[in-house]
Write a protein that binds this ligand. Structure first.
Ligand SMILES: [Zn+2]
Length: 96
């Protein structure tokens, strides 16, 4: 097994998956369109319960997650989530 041959399936800014040699820095849920930390307690609980994994997606960085239409997780990114809500309520485009 050659580590250099390993690739990771990440989601691009257009919402389409692609193969990357670099592991994603952010996780997300395809159905609810929420992104968060890889060690997000809410995501890990959902994964432990089962059923979450097939909806799990990964992003190279936060900007890509946002560009793909995902919003910050309220459990692990509480401050971001709050700012996202405020931005939305003001009808502006959210940027991390
Ligand atoms: Zn989270």
């Amino acid at each position: 097994m050659n580590d250099a041959m390993n690739t990771y399936t990440l989601l691009g800014a257009d919402g389409h998956p692609y193969q990357s040699p670099v592991k994603g820095e952010w996780g997300g849920h395809r159905g609810s369109k929420i992104y968060g930390r890889l060690d997000c307690p809410a995501a890990l609980r959902a994964i432990a319960r089962g059923g979450y994994v097939r909806h799990r997606v990964f992003f190279a960085d936060e900007a890509t997650a946002v560009a793909a239409g995902f919003r910050p997780c309220g459990a692990c990114c509480e401050d971001r989530h709050q700012r996202w809500k405020t931005t939305r309520e003001n009808g502006r485009q959210w940027t991390p």
